[in-house]
Ligand binder design. Structure first.
Ligand code: HEM
Length: 447
């Protein structure tokens, strides 16, 4: 299929001496090609324009995109800001730490991050909380015999993330409905009328915030909630400049958002890769049987090198977050180019994750690149989680839950004498932006 570029826009233009990629449509710019075919779009831009070019993000404006791996270090640069995040998605990210810089960011992050480090996860018993939920879902797949994978992993992730926050199981259907409406804010056109996505999404966000406010209140009043909310509330209350409940609530909502689609997509890709490569499945089953149980503590993970390699290689080949927006606060030097203060930047994680400059035979799914390595994991090896002050808070949690997931899958299916099988084409229906995921239609059989 041809890329979704505007055939009437062929003019070559420069901004600040850097070429603008032709093919943008009015209003939506290059967004259609980014959503449906980002890898080919980046390759085409590199081939025709070189390593620095402007992409048109439609309503969010132009962003200078640099394919040189040095651009990854911009995420750690003191003169590069995350404020653009809030301008792109004010309804979702306004007031959250992902869109803040400096002290405001550090304060909010410090109050949350301890709960997500290995010690915090172990103390809160998160692995014990997750294991039965994962096992029940995988068992249900076995009984169904055939599933639509992304729908199922999305459902499982909602259950996990809600249990993490401490939402009681009987409240789940209501939450699920509101959560889906909240997600509409990502794509809602800016028209605020009854029945339209913006109005519904805002109403859902207000509902969710009101519930979270009540959780925070209960955590303070009775120390009644399980899950991470108690830990976060106490950390917020202990912080030097007491942070308001609005900040706390907005950031708990961010955790719900940040932890769901990304992990559901990675989990779905994991199953797809296991289904299409029998040797991967055999290696995983062998490891699962040798250890014989689903891990529940972070410290157990060292016993599952194959599952860890599967987690890392799946993310490398299919990073869920493909592009990160930033803004230069001062003039910057990037390779041979000077980038003026105020320039909006795009850091293409997808490109680095599959770049031949960083990985041998990058197009091949190879567990060996992780199993045979002797050096520790560097930030460039986990670039799918970003780096620097905003590096993903959920990294250790994702590692734990994805290893739990694939080991539970292997043990359950092996016991029943079946293995996953891919039932349709994986290329059609993939999406790459705002987050990447496999087609909603991919079906997996267990036989
Ligand atoms: C495979 C799963 C995941 C991927 C690929 C992923 C990726 C990322 C990336 C690339 C960033 C950096 C954003 C930036 O620099 O602007 C990020 C930040 C963040 N992630 Fe994740 N994430 C995942 C799962 C999770 C989970 C499970 C949670 C929590 C439950 C989470 C919570 C967050 C939060 C709160 C931030 C903002 C941190 C900050 O701005 O300081 N993520 N994530």
């Amino acid at each position: 299929m041809d890329m979704l570029l505007n055939p009437l826009n062929r003019r070559h233009r420069l901004r600040h001496d850097i070429p603008v990629l032709p093919g943008a449509f009015p209003l939506v710019g290059h967004l259609p090609a980014m959503v449906y075919d980002l890898p080919r779009l980046l390759q085409c831009a590199e081939r025709t324009l070189g390593s620095h070019f402007w992409l048109d993000f439609g309503p969010a404006g132009h962003m200078m995109t640099c394919l040189d791996p040095d651009a990854f270090a911009l995420l750690r640069h003191k003169d590069v800001s995350s404020e653009l995040m809030e301008e792109i998605a004010p309804e979702l990210f306004g007031g959250t730490l992902v869109a803040q810089d400096g002290i405001a960011h550090r304060q909010a992050r410090d109050a949350i991050k301890a709960a997500f480090l290995p010690k915090g996860l172990t103390q809160a018993g998160i692995g014990d909380l997750f294991a039965p939920v994962i096992q029940a879902q995988v068992q249900a797949w076995r009984e169904l015999g055939e599933i639509t994978i992304l729908r199922e992993t999305g459902d499982l992730m909602l259950k996990l993330i809600f249990s993490l926050i401490g939402i009681p199981a009987h409240d789940l259907p209501g939450w699920r409905r509101k959560y889906r409406q909240l997600l509409q804010l990502i794509v809602a056109p800016p028209i605020d009328l009854p029945g339209l996505p913006l109005r519904r999404g805002r109403a859902a966000r207000d509902w969710i915030d009101a519930q979270l406010r009540q959780f925070v209140h209960d955590a303070r009043a009775y120390a009644a909630r399980t899950g991470l909310i108690n830990d976060m509330v106490s950390a917020f209350d202990r912080s030097d400049d007491a942070l308001t409940d609005d900040v706390l609530v907005a950031n708990i909502r961010l955790l719900l958002l940040g932890g769901h689609e990304t992990t559901a997509s990675t989990m779905a890709w994991m199953v797809i890769e296991l289904a299409r490569q029998p040797v991967l499945w055999d290696a995983l089953v062998e490891e699962a049987q040798r250890v014989g149980a689903v891990p529940t503590r972070y410290a157990d993970l060292a016993r599952y090198p194959v599952a860890e390699a599967l987690f890392r290689e799946t993310l490398r080949m299919h990073p869920a977050v493909t592009l990160l927006p930033r803004r230069a606060l001062q003039d910057l030097q990037l390779g041979q180019r000077r980038i003026p203060a105020g320039t909006d930047l795009c850091i293409p994680l997808l490109h680095f994750s599959t770049s031949a400059l960083l990985h041998e035979v990058p197009d091949q799914f190879r567990l060996e690149r992780w199993l045979q390595r002797t050096e520790p994991i560097r930030s460039v090896d986990m670039l799918q989680f970003g780096t620097g002050p905003h590096v993903c808070i959920g990294y250790h949690l994702v590692w734990l839950e994805l290893v739990q997931f694939c080991i539970a899958l292997a043990l359950t299916m092996q016991k029943a004498g079946v293995r996953p099988r891919l039932l349709n084409d994986i290329e059609k229906g993939r999406r790459y932006y705002p987050t990447a995921h496999p087609s909603m239609k991919i079906r997996i059989g267990f036989s």
